[in-house]
Design a protein around this ligand. Sequence first.
Ligand code: NAD
Length: 385
Amino acid sequence: MSQTPAQTTSPSSASIPRPEHPRPDSQPSHIPRHRWIMVGAGGMAGNWIRNHFAPYRDRAEIVAIVDVDPAALERSGDFLGLPQERRFIRMEDAFAAAASLEADCCGVAVPPRFHRPAVELAAARGLHVLSEKPIADTWDDAVAIYHAAGRAGIKMQVMQNYRYTPRIQTLKRALDGGRLGQIRYVVARFAADYRQPLSWGAAFRHEMRHAILIEGSIHHFDQIRHLSGADCEQIAGWEWNPGAPSFQGECLTLYTMRLSGGVHAQYEGSGLAAGWQNSWHGEYYRVECEGGAVVLDRDHVVRVQEHERGQGLRLWEVPPVSLEHEGHRAVVGQFLDWLDGGPAPATTIDDNLESTAMLFGAIEASARSRVVNVAAMLDQARGAV
Ligand SMILES: NC(=O)c1ccc[n+]([C@@H]2O[C@H](COP(=O)([O-])OP(=O)(O)OC[C@H]3O[C@@H](n4cnc5c(N)ncnc54)[C@H](O)[C@@H]3O)[C@@H](O)[C@H]2O)c1
């Protein structure tokens, strides 16, 4: 089979949908200034405080912070100019003060095993929650959080910032344009060289069980759902540690998934990548469709491949999308819009339970060496009181 040289053209603009989650067409004339309790003050929480809230200071004020690390508490407390009595070591004390602080919402950005107590404390006081991924580090806790939020009637969104980057929105635009027809399957690859001890940011990632799945793959499983527009029904595969000294938990994963609507997916996740790197924001995605394939690699260029027998391969690059706010900032904006009467965002707790079920289905599939029925896990979880 001969392949003609690559041609680079643009798709017709008529086939390009609007980017997802535009701001509501009509913002309320009075936008309230929300009062946040921030659970976590260092690590990713420090980024929330210093960077991700920056565009929204007129809409949301962080009125209290919590961190078990006094140094993190001091750094972020000083940055925000918070008085000492609004800097808490224990989240229980911060939430006990919620009424006097007139707090109406909170952010949760502490390690996953502490998400459940934070959300349950917030829900008990009717505070809306924006939480870092994953919902929790066990399926039982994730389901408990889902029900706590539902019973309390609070709005809860999960931080799936990787959906809202220009490279991914450009890929999504190509898929949604309709030109390539139905999606057949998605191939996703995350590969990062964390062979050095502590090279993956915080120590807990090198010490925990299921490290790549819980701390990494949740982003990629969620992205597979986002790109395909389909939910996972079954998952099979394995996670393991080949004896790598930098991880106590599992750090290699290979999985195959059957999604709704006849779509399938394959996922490779490695924390021991000794070759080609597809690390954070450089993940590899290939979406095989009825009329062509779309590929995104670490150079961030979205390329469409269209093959015609006898004619060869036509390649074109999708013009990159630009976004007003990206990643975390985009999600914080969606959450505030939702609180202010705008549309529910894509990554509500209800939606995100689907991605989380893939994660814990993957753990079980590996532990039992069998295909796990993710749809049944979700039915059971949603039905449980
Ligand atoms: N969305 C993303 O791109 C992204 C990237 C990195 C981390 N995360 C997520 O952010 C969360 C935090 O991860 P991290 O890397 O910042 O972790 P980290 O270990 O750096 O912890 C963050 C902060 O939480 C504090 N903390 C720990 N336990 C606490 C507790 N019980 N109560 C109050 N404070 C506590 C720590 O002292 C630290 O200051 C995790 O859910 C992680 O998955 C998300």
